[in-house]
Write a protein that binds this ligand. Structure first.
Ligand code: TXA
Ligand code: MG
Length: 303
């Protein structure tokens, strides 16, 4: 794939919005770092973010919206959360709040969690893209997994060149540091990631971030889960793959994008079934399969 680098202007935003509505991820400047944005309501588009980053696990992603009104349609804002949003949005603050049940945010975005990270960015390029696409945009930093966050379009090209269709170049980012993340899903407020904005919240060192999969609150089914199943044993709800049929199956597109897109939905279904246990067929450990297997291993490891 050829990666185009286009300076931020109306034509660039129109092209980026076209790609995003077609299910592609696009790199765009924000005031913190460049983000790799995709339609948060399209599970395969979200899977493409992970694919492009080569992330070996599914961390929940921040969803970007144009204003607080849009944020309140997706998340529930408490009496503690709303004043923070009013004071700091648009800007480099991310709030983790309970996800409303009636939204159509892809479950891969929240990695199956009941909470969602929301941010109203200030940068005109990301703002323009949000308004042109008319969709909430999931966007992690636009770098390959394990490398540092990009503060210039050239950093994005070096890291993701050939893996994404477009980078919107708006020069170096102003803040150069990822947003402050505050959990506001029940009192007290907890600081999940320090960042450009100082907030009076309890530090929550166990819930941090950059170590993939280390998040304390990762979704886990309530039932025992058996991996590499060839067939269902007594009492098991089987999630099949490829040749192995089950109660539900991962469709086996060669790139595992569909399997990734459906992973958390399937686990929720399995968890909600009347069967007391879950079994999952083996998913090849290639490409997105690595992230799928990382999550399945964590789900199998009971706490
Ligand atoms: O400044 C930023 O925040 C940039 C720009 C692009 O907006 N984005 C960014 O995303 O830094 P990322 O993926 O590198 O970091 C997102 C972190 C995740 O690692 C995760 O810990 C936390 O946000 N997060 C996202 N959703 C969450 C949730 N539902 N619950 C708890 N933490 C969440
Ligand atoms: Mg990052």
């Amino acid at each position: 794939m050829e990666t185009r680098l286009i300076p931020f202007n109306d034509a660039a935003i129109a092209e980026a919005a076209r790609l995003i509505l077609g299910g592609q991820p696009v790199a765009v400047a924000t005031e913190t770092v460049y983000g790799l944005a995709a339609d948060a309501m399209n599970p395969e588009a979200v899977a493409r973010i992970y694919e492009a980053k080569g992330r070996p696990s599914f961390n929940p992603l921040i969803v970007h919206v144009p204003d607080q009104e849009a944020a309140e349609r997706i998340g529930e804002f408490s009496a503690e959360a709303r004043p923070l949003a009013e004071e700091h949005w648009p800007g480099p603050l991310t709030l983790v709040v309970p996800l409303r049940s009636e939204t159509s945010i892809a479950s891969l975005v929240t990695a199956g969690l009941p909470n969602i990270a929301l941010r109203v960015p200030a940068h005109p390029a990301m703002q323009a893209l949000l308004r042109a696409a008319g969709r909430p945009l999931a966007a992690p930093s636009a770098n390959a997994s394990g490398s540092i966050s990009p503060t210039r379009a050239e950093h994005v090209l070096k890291s993701l060149g050939g893996r994404i269709p477009l980078v919107i170049d708006a020069g170096p980012t102003e803040r150069g540091l990822e947003s402050t993340i505050v959990a506001a899903a029940g009192a007290p407020l907890r600081l999940l990631r320090p960042g450009p904005i100082q907030v009076d919240a309890e530090a929550a060192p166990t819930a941090t971030i950059e170590a993939p999969g280390q998040l304390a609150s990762h979704y886990a089914p309530s039932k025992p889960l058996r991996l590499d199943a060839l067939a269902a044993e007594a009492g098991e709800f089987l999630i099949g793959f490829g040749e192995i049929a089950g109660d539900l199956i991962f469709r086996s597109s060669g790139d595992h994008r569909e399997a990734a897109a459906r992973l958390f939905d399937l686990l929720h279904h399995a968890d909600a079934s009347t069967k007391p246990a879950i079994a999952v067929a083996a998913v090849p450990d290639t490409g997105l399969g690595r992230a799928i297997n990382d999550r399945l291993r964590r789900a199998a490891h009971r706490r």
